[in-house]
Design a protein. Structure first.
Length: 171
C-alpha cells in the first residue's frame, strides 16, 4: 500500500434539486473522482509521462486542477491574488511542470484544501453574482459550468493514465 491509498467517498451527484445543488453536486462528484483515480499511485507513477504530451501526467493534472480551482473561484470570482501570475507569463504550463517536483500525497492534499476553499468562497454567492472579466463580466453560474467541464475532462485523462499505469478502469 502506498501513502496515496486513502479512503475516498464519492458523493453521487443529485438526481433532483435546485440549479445550484445540481451544479455543485456534479462538481463535487468530479472532484472526488480525481482523488479516487489517484488512490494507490506512487510518486514515480504519478510523474510518469505516458502520452505524447509529456506534461499530461497524473501529477501534472492534479497540479493543474489545483491551479484552475484557485484561479476561477479565488482570483476571478473573489479577487484573490494569483500566485502563478508571473510564472505563467514566461511558462503557460508552469503549474504542470511544478507539480512534477511535489510528492503526490502533497499534491492531493493541496487539491483537497483548494476545493474546500473554493466551496467556502462561493457559499453565500448567488449564481447570478457577476464580476468584471476580460472585456465584460462573468458570473458564478458560468464558473461552475466551466469547472464541471474542466474537472470532468481531466478526470477522463486521469482514467486513461491510470489504466496505462496499472490497468484500473472505470469510475
Amino acid at each position: 500500500m502506498t501513502d496515496t491509498m486513502i479512503d475516498i467517498t464519492r458523493p453521487e451527484p443529485p438526481f433532483t434539486g435546485s440549479e445550484r445543488t445540481m451544479l455543485t453536486g456534479f462538481l463535487d462528484f468530479l472532484r472526488a473522482t480525481v482523488l479516487y483515480k489517484c488512490r494507490g499511485l506512487t510518486d514515480e507513477q504519478a510523474r510518469r509521462a505516458l502520452l505524447p504530451s509529456k506534461l499530461t501526467t497524473v501529477a501534472g493534472l492534479v497540479g493543474h486542477l489545483t491551479y484552475v480551482e484557485r484561479f476561477w473561484f479565488g482570483v476571478v470570482l473573489s479577487g484573490e491574488d494569483d500566485p502563478w501570475r508571473e510564472a505563467m507569463k514566461t511558462d503557460p504550463d508552469a503549474e504542470f511542470r511544478a507539480a512534477l517536483d511535489v510528492p503526490l500525497v502533497t499534491l492531493l492534499a493541496d487539491y483537497e484544501r483548494q476545493c474546500e476553499h473554493s466551496r467556502k468562497l462561493i457559499e453565500g454567492m448567488n449564481l447570478d453574482h457577476e464580476v468584471p472579466f476580460r472585456t465584460g463580466t462573468i458570473n458564478l453560474r458560468y464558473v461552475l459550468t466551466h469547472m464541471i467541464e474542466e474537472t470532468g475532462r481531466h478526470a477522463g485523462h486521469l482514467d486513461i493514465l491510470t489504466e496505462l499505469i496499472d490497468g484500473r478502469t472505470g469510475e
